[in-house]
Design a binder for this molecule. Structure first.
Ligand code: ZN
Ligand code: ZN
Length: 174
């Protein structure tokens, strides 16, 4: 979806409110692709804030399917966006940095998907869990530990204790 922002960028104090559908069907974060879609139309408010300058306020909600980091079960991950971004008309700013910060703009045209995808990637959670206390899968037998326990040894040696043990063993060898 492309939106022409000429009107709001060239008319001082102009405010444009609109809702738009997006065609986002997936998002790629750190090389992983997750299918998903918008939960509702995206709300935009465009406000002229000076000569050739405007502020974009956006509200959107998406749901993506991802695997739980611990047990790999498929989970629906909701991403709610609420953000503001300043945009400039071509040649309105003499600072090239402002144009580097708006790769989703091509002249006066806003690429809605480009803007939203960069915001989704930024707000992607560090950890995806099916539930906060997911016990994960046993690394030895592969059993889902949320459904019961297994007989494998889950003892993880404390690396500091292991170092002390090494010292004792080294002394014994002398
Ligand atoms: Zn899980
Ligand atoms: Zn096991």
């Amino acid at each position: 979806m492309f939106l022409n922002l000429t009107e709001v960028l060239t008319n001082e104090e102009k405010v444009v409110t609109m809702q738009t559908e997006t065609q986002i069907t997936q998002v790629t974060v750190s090389g992983e692709t997750y299918p998903g879609h918008a939960l509702s139309p995206v709300s935009f408010v465009f406000t002229n804030t000076g000569r050739g300058k405007a502020v974009i306020e956006a509200k959107a909600a998406f749901v993506f399917t991802a695997a739980c980091d611990r047990c790999l079960k498929s989970v629906e991950q909701e991403i709610t966006l609420r953000f503001t971004r300043e945009v400039w008309a071509p040649d309105a700013s003499s600072d090239p940095a402002v144009y580097e910060e708006q790769p989703f703009m091509d002249g006066f045209t806003l690429d809605v998907e480009d803007l939203l995808i960069s915001e989704i990637v930024t707000s992607w959670p560090m950890k995806i869990l099916c539930k906060p206390d997911c016990k994960g899968i046993c690394p030895t037998c592969g059993r889902d530990l949320n459904t019961g326990t297994c007989d494998c040894d889950h003892f993880v040696p404390d690396p500091r204790m292991a170092a002390i043990k090494d010292i004792f063993e080294a002394e014994r060898e002398v």
